[in-house]
Write a protein that binds this ligand. Structure first.
Ligand SMILES: NC(=O)c1ccc[n+]([C@@H]2O[C@H](COP(=O)([O-])OP(=O)(O)OC[C@H]3O[C@@H](n4cnc5c(N)ncnc54)[C@H](OP(=O)(O)O)[C@@H]3O)[C@@H](O)[C@H]2O)c1
Length: 339
């Protein structure tokens, strides 16, 4: 099959990827072989590509060099083959989910990270959902425990996770304020936010302690600033934020929030996304009910994954970036290393 391959870690995508012919993955009993129609790019793609911060290498992605052919994690496609104990799937089913090396024509996917594709989405749109959508769902519902009528602040509302979080919080009946840069104020308003703060123009904390829940997906605001925006018994959910830190990658902020939470009335913490089929089903229900639509900015062909990652790194992406896996474009693969 044709696949994107990467044989070393590097922080810049230029010149890093090649299209090569590699073996189709073989599946274990609890896996499903999926013919990939589309994948997508998010901040996690960059972390796996760069091997940064370093703990990601210890998390199973390869200590000195990448363990997997490429850093793709999301997919939408059709079932090709089903493992002996992977129940609920039949060849030909349209599915979406999370796996490794998804910038390729085929991927082996654990059945518990796969679900039926929302019927009202294209493959490109569906591939934009899994990691960012599950993260947003867990931030809003599992950890933020957002209830109808609550005031919710979402930092990074124009991003991959934030664009889903705005819509999920609205679907939960909250009054939502989104924070983003000037050129994306229209996007966040269109996603359904009741109020939009342009962070180049206003400090969100200046509005005082008015938010029941703050969901932080961008900007790395100080804990003191975040706490000023929260009501005395409010909840802070730190999803992430990009830093240059190679060792901790900004995760120390979440740890400090958890510790501080023991001593103050506000509940603060962070989490690692759980990749699971139950949340994919919940997302599918929200999407099919018209309450959630992935904001796909652009779709790139498979041989332009590097351009997609560069677009995201430059902060230009409005919501999500999809990658279309169209074999027609890949009939003469560039000569490249085969892992
Ligand atoms: N905990 C987990 O398991 C988990 C899972 C997924 C992702 N993450 C992390 O969560 C973060 C967000 O991921 P993502 O894929 O959504 O990234 P993304 O698409 O790049 O979105 C980040 C957003 O942050 C916004 N931002 C930048 N500076 C800001 C500021 N000063 N104030 C408010 N917003 C600001 C950007 O908005 P503008 O473009 O408008 O400036 C951008 O839309 C990343 O750090 C990622 O690594 C963690």
């Amino acid at each position: 099959m044709s696949a994107v391959v990467q044989d070393r870690y590097a922080p810049a995508p230029e010149g890093l990827f090649q299209i090569a012919q590699i073996d189709r993955p073989t599946i274990t009993a609890d896996e499903v072989l999926v013919r990939v129609h589309a994948a997508s790019v998010d901040r996690g793609t960059w972390h796996i590509m760069a091997g940064l911060p370093y703990p990601i290498r210890l998390a199973g992605f390869g200590l000195r060099r990448p363990k997997y052919a490429n850093p793709g994690r999301n997919l939408a496609g059709t079932v090709e083959e089903v493992g002996g104990s992977a129940t609920g799937f039949t060849p030909g089913d349209e599915v979406y989910g999370m796996a490794t090396s998804t910038f390729a024509e085929y991927a082996a996917v654990r059945a518990d990270k796969l679900a039926p594709k929302p019927t009202n989405l294209s493959f490109d749109e569906a591939a934009a959902v899994p990691v960012s959508g599950c993260t947003a769902l867990q931030a809003v519902r599992t950890h933020g425990r957002v209830e109808a009528g609550e005031k919710v602040l979402i930092l990074g509302a124009s991003g991959g996770v934030g664009s889903f979080a705005v819509q999920i919080a609205k679907a939960s009946g909250a009054e939502v304020t989104g924070v983003c840069s000037t050129s994306k104020v229209d996007l966040v308003g269109n996603l359904g936010a009741d109020h939009v703060i342009d962070y180049t123009d206003e400090d969100f904390a200046d509005r005082g302690p008015r938010f029941d829940v703050v969901i932080d997906t961008g900007g790395n605001a100080r804990l003191s600033q975040l706490r000023r925006a929260l009501t005395p018994r409010g909840r802070l959910v730190i999803v992430g934020g990009e830093t240059d830190g190679r060792l901790l990658g900004g995760s120390d902020r979440g740890i400090r929030a958890k510790v501080l939470s023991l001593f103050v009335g506000q509940q603060m913490g962070t989490f690692v996304t759980s990749e699971n089929a139950a949340d994919l089903m919940t997302l599918r229900d929200l999407i099919e009910a018209g309450q959630l639509t992935p904001a796909v900015d652009r779709t790139y062909p498979l041989d332009e994954v590097a351009a997609a990652i560069r677009h995201m790194l430059e902060g230009k992406a409005r919501g999500k970036l999809a990658v279309s896996v169209s074999p027609g474009r890949l009939q003469t693969p560039a000569t490249g290393s085969t892992p």
